[in-house]
Unconditional design. Structure first.
Length: 227
């Protein structure tokens, strides 16, 4: 699926907890087309006309599933671009989105007892799958989530409504439980399962290295690296 540009309008901006924002976009033209787990490029340059060289942009995983009319992203304010988003974007503003990118769940993978590991807003590409009918194709999925605190877990409703009733969910709150215990995750799932990892780059790197060192084939560790 080739990436296309979509002139879009901001429908809503929600700030459920300090430093975390969820934005909903609607297309002002053709409908969005993407697969679960893919990401987009967001450009907020008001001078861009949709024809010339693509302006400065940033990647964001899509929290929505492909059956939804609108697209939602959730981001943490970190760095210049997201600070600019926080300070300048308002409901009703028009922006440019370019999508889709990524092959997180498109590439070949084993749907028998997969393992999903996410830290913070890294859960968003997983939610895109969990809310989609294709999630029913997975057998006994296990989900491990890590958040800074219980207040940072703003995804309860989506997890509760996930399409696969056979899922199991284990949650770590850093302020009370510490970080996700990757050694325990491995001991509970072993060498042959596929591991999907999404979150901060340091977490992705550390968890990937740990699993590979324990003997998990590199092809069984699938990461959301926005490449």
């Amino acid at each position: 699926m080739l990436a296309k540009k979509y002139r879009s309008r901001i429908v809503s901006i929600k700030n459920p907890i300090e430093g975390i924002y969820t934005i909903e976009f609607e297309s002002l033209g053709r409908g969005y087309k993407f697969y679960p787990g893919q990401f987009l490029h967001l450009a907020i340059d008001n001078t861009y006309d949709g024809v010339g060289q693509w302006p400065e942009s940033r990647c964001f995983s899509m929290r929505s599933n492909p059956d939804e009319e609108n697209i939602r992203i959730t981001y943490a304010v970190k760095g210049k671009f997201t600070t600019q988003m926080k300070e300048t974007m308002e409901e009703g503003d028009k922006v440019w989105l370019k999508l889709p990118y990524g092959d997180l769940f498109i590439q070949d993978h084993n749907k028998e007892e997969p393992v999903f590991i996410a830290g913070g807003t890294g859960i968003t590409p997983f939610l895109s799958l969990f809310a989609h009918e294709s999630f029913r194709e997975y057998t006994n999925p296990k989900i491990y989530l890590g958040f800074r605190s219980v207040n940072h877990h703003i995804y309860q409703e989506e997890l509760a409504n996930a399409k696969n009733p056979a899922k199991t969910v284990e949650i770590y709150y850093q302020d009370s439980d510490g970080l996700i215990d990757i050694d325990r995750v491995f001991s509970e799932n072993g060498l042959t399962n596929d591991y999907f990892i999404s979150g901060p780059p340091g977490m992705i790197s550390a968890f990937t290295n740990t699993l590979v060192e324990k003997g998990v084939p590199e092809t069984n560790v699938i990461t959301d690296d926005w490449v």
